[in-house]
Design a protein around this ligand. Structure first.
Ligand code: NAP
Ligand code: HSE
Length: 424
C-alpha cells in the first residue's frame, strides 16, 4: 500500500520532515506496511537550491492541492493565511491533514476538526504545541479519564532561551533574541514569541482540548517579556525564584482561567528547571494527579518527530480501517474567568526616596486594597537618595494587585514602580 504525501513548506521543519520521509522510506514502510511517498512540495521560491530532488518542488499551490493522487497534506508553511485556506481545501477534497500550525489550530481548530469529521478524514496537529513533546495525544488518549484541573507550562522556546541567557549570562535582550533566531526556533516575526502570542496560541489549543471547551486566543490574557530589567533576575534569584514566561490554565469553580505572562516561579517548581529552548507542561488531573512532560519544544528535528509521528499514526488508523479517529467535542461558549478576578501572588519593585514614612505609606495602600504583604527587602539604588524596595504578596485578586500598583506609583516619595510580576 502507498500513501502519497503533499508537503506545504520546506523550511526549518518541512526540510527535516522531507529528509525523514526520503531517507527512511524503506524502514518506515517495513514498520508500517505502507510506503509514505513524498510526491510534491510547495514552497514560495522554487528557484532556490534545496536539499531534495528539484522535480518534487513547486511554487504552484494547485499542483499539490488539486492533485487527486495526494491523500495527505502536511502543512508546514506557518501563518494564518493562506495556510488555513489550503488546509480547508485539502479537507474538502477528502485529504487527511497533518499540521504544525498553532495559529490556524488555535483560531480555527474546532471548525476544521468538524469539517474533517464531515469529510470522514483526519486532521492531526501534535507538532502545533510543544514541538516534539507528545502533548495532544496525551490529552486526547492517555489522560482522557481525568477532569483536568490545571495546566502550568513553559511553552515558548524562544523566550525561555532568551530569559535563560539574560538571567544566567547577563546578555541583553537584543543579543539574546538574535541568538534564538540564529538557532531556528524563533518565529518569522519574533514579536509572536516575545509578546506572548505564540504561547497564547499553544495554551488556547491545550486548554480547549483539556477542558473540552473552545478557548479562543482572544480570551487568553497576554503579557510578553519585553522590557524585563536584568535587575529583576538578581532579586528573583535572591528570593528563590526564576523568571519564566508562564502559560497557565485552570477551571476554578467551573470558569476557565487562561493567561500568559512573565512570572516568578519558585526554584523548587519543575518549571523553574526548564532551560534553553526546552518546554515543559505540568498537568494536574483529578485521577492521575500531577504529570510533567518535558522536551524540546522547538527546532526542526524535534518538531519533525511529532509531524512524522502523526503521519505514522494516520497510517495505522487507515490500515485498521478506523474512520475519523479524532473525536473531539468543544463547548462553544464556556464561561471564562476575567483576569481581574484571577487570584495570584505578586512581586513589585519600587524606586522610592530613602526617608522615614515611605514604607508606612506603601503598606497602607496594600492594606486598603486588601493585598497582604508576604516579604519586603530594601536594596541600595544607583540613584542618589533613593532605595529599591522589593515586595512580594500573598494571593490577592488581580484587580486589587493592579490598583495597588497604580496607587503606589502615585505616592509622593515613589519615583517609579520598576517591575510587577505575578508569582506562582
Ligand atoms: P519556515 O522555516 O519559515 O518555513 C516555511 C516554509 O513554508 C518555507 O519553505 C516557505 O517557502 C514556505 N511558505 C511560506 N509561505 C508560503 C506560501 N504562501 N506559499 C508557499 N510556500 C510558503 O517555518 P518553520 O519554522 O519550518 O515552521 C513551519 C510551521 O511549523 C509553523 O506553523 C511553525 O509555527 C511550526 N513550528 C515550528 C517550529 C520550529 O521550531 N521552527 C516548532 C514547532 C512548530 P520558502 O522556503 O520558499 O521561503
Ligand atoms: N517560536 C516557537 C518557540 C517555535 O520559540 O517555541 C515552536 O512553536
Amino acid at each position: 500500500m502507498q500513501l502519497n504525501v503533499g508537503l506545504l513548506g520546506l523550511g526549518t521543519v518541512g526540510s527535516q520532515v522531507a529528509e525523514r520521509l526520503l531517507q527512511k522510506r524503506d524502514s518506515l514502510a517495513r514498520r508500517t506496511g505502507v510506503v509514505l511517498n513524498l510526491r510534491r512540495v510547495l514552497v514560495r521560491d522554487a528557484e532556490r537550491p534545496r536539499s531534495i530532488p528539484s522535480e518534487l518542488i513547486t511554487d504552484a499551490p494547485d499542483e499539490v492541492l488539486n492533485d487527486p493522487e495526494i491523500q495527505v497534506l502536511v502543512e508546514l508553511m506557518g501563518g494564518e493565511e493562506p495556510a488555513r485556506t489550503y488546509i480547508e481545501r485539502g479537507l474538502r477534497a477528502g485529504k487527511h491533514v497533518v499540521t504544525a500550525n498553532k495559529v490556524v489550530m488555535a483560531k480555527h481548530g474546532p471548525e476544521l476538526l468538524e469539517l474533517a469529521g464531515e469529510m470522514d478524514v483526519d486532521i492531526y496537529f501534535e507538532a502545533a504545541v510543544g514541538g516534539g513533546i507528545p502533548l495532544i495525544s496525551t490529552f486526547k488518549v492517555d489522560l482522557i479519564a481525568n477532569d483536568i484541573e490545571r495546566i502550568a507550562a513553559v511553552i515558548n522556546g524562544t523566550t525561555n532561551y532568551m530569559l535563560g541567557r539574560m538571567g544566567a549570562d547577563g546578555l541583553d535582550y537584543a543579543a539574546a533574541l538574535l541568538e534564538a533566531q540564529a538557532a531556528g526556533f524563533a518565529e518569522e516575526d519574533p514579536t509572536a514569541d516575545v509578546a506572548g502570542f505564540d504561547a497564547v496560541y499553544k495554551l488556547s489549543i491545550l486548554a480547549s482540548i483539556a477542558f473540552g471547551a473552545r478557548v479562543h486566543p482572544d480570551q487568553v490574557f497576554r503579557e510578553g517579556i519585553e522590557g524585563i530589567d536584568p535587575l529583576d533576575f538578581r532579586y528573583a534569584k535572591e528570593l528563590g525564584y526564576e523568571i519564566k514566561l508562564l502559560a497557565y490554565a485552570a477551571r476554578p469553580n467551573g470558569k476557565i482561567e487562561a493567561r500568559v505572562h512573565p512570572a516568578l516561579v519558585p526554584v523548587s517548581h519543575p518549571l523553574a528547571q526548564v532551560e534553553g529552548a526546552f518546554n515543559a507542561v505540568y498537568i494536574e488531573g483529578d485521577l492521575v494527579g500531577p504529570v510533567l512532560l518535558r522536551g524540546q519544544g522547538a527546532g526542526g528535528r524535534p518538531t519533525a518527530s511529532a509531524v512524522v509521528g502523526d503521519l505514522l499514526d494516520l497510517v495505522f488508523t487507515i490500515r485498521k480501517k478506523a474512520a475519523n479517529r479524532v473525536l473531539m467535542t468543544f463547548d462553544p461558549d464556556p464561561p471564562m474567568l476575567p483576569m481581574a478576578d484571577v487570584v495570584t501572588k505578586a512581586y513589585y519593585r519600587l524606586r522610592a526616596e530613602d526617608r522615614t514614612g515611605v514604607l508606612a505609606q506603601v503598606g497602607r495602600v496594600f492594606g486598603e486594597e486588601d493585598v497582604s504583604i508576604a516579604s519586603m527587602i530594601q536594596k541600595d539604588s544607583i540613584e542618589e537618595g533613593t532605595a529599591e524596595l522589593v515586595f512580594t504578596t500573598h494571593p490577592a485578586r488581580d484587580a486589587a494587585l493592579a490598583r495597588a500598583r497604580e496607587r503606589i506609583a502615585e505616592l509622593e516619595p515613589i519615583r517609579r514602580v520598576g517591575a510587577f510580576f505575578r508569582v506562582i
